[in-house]
Design a protein around this ligand. Structure first.
Ligand code: CMP
Length: 140
């Protein structure tokens, strides 16, 4: 299995609940290393560009408003099979469908407020990491 990097976002519902440490523990205990991390406020413009792929979906406006409603923690996770591993740790997008022991099942309230985002492919991971981090901010 190749060592990969993936982009993770701890969303405003999770920063509000003060569970960023609990979420980071899930990543680290599964063998993912947090090789970059910063807590930021997204602008509406940045949130809209980041989620541009969903711009024609009915929930796009709600998604952008939620993502700017509080601070987020953007992170680069590194490890073997990091993209798929992180998606397994997060659980299904809708917490109702997420397996027990996953972040979304344990902490998320709804499909919109679902605690975390994780890249869904290696190609998207590269693009999403570049969106938030410069090379010298990633320390493996
Ligand atoms: P995320 O993995 O960040 O990618 C896109 C986000 O859109 C997703 O998590 C959800 O938070 C959100 N989303 C997807 N479907 C819906 C929906 N039906 N209603 C509201 N938000 C949604």
């Amino acid at each position: 299995m190749a060592v990969e990097r993936t982009l993770s976002i701890i969303k405003p519902d999770a920063t509000k609940k003060n569970i960023t440490g609990k979420i980071n523990t899930r990543f680290e205990e599964a063998g993912l290393r947090i090789v970059a991390q910063k807590r930021i406020f997204l602008s509406r413009r940045e949130a809209g560009i980041f989620y541009e792929i969903h711009k024609d979906r009915p929930f796009f406006g709600e998604l952008v408003e939620f993502m700017v409603s509080g601070p987020v923690v953007v992170q680069v996770l590194e490890g073997k099979n990091a993209v798929a591993k992180n998606r397994k740790i997060m659980g299904a997008t809708n917490p109702k469908d997420a397996a027990s022991g996953t972040i979304r099942r344990d902490f998320a309230a709804s499909i919109g407020e679902n605690c975390v985002h994780g890249s869904d492919s290696q190609e998207n991971a590269k693009n999403e990491i570049t969106f938030f981090f410069s090379g010298c901010e990633i320390v493996g």
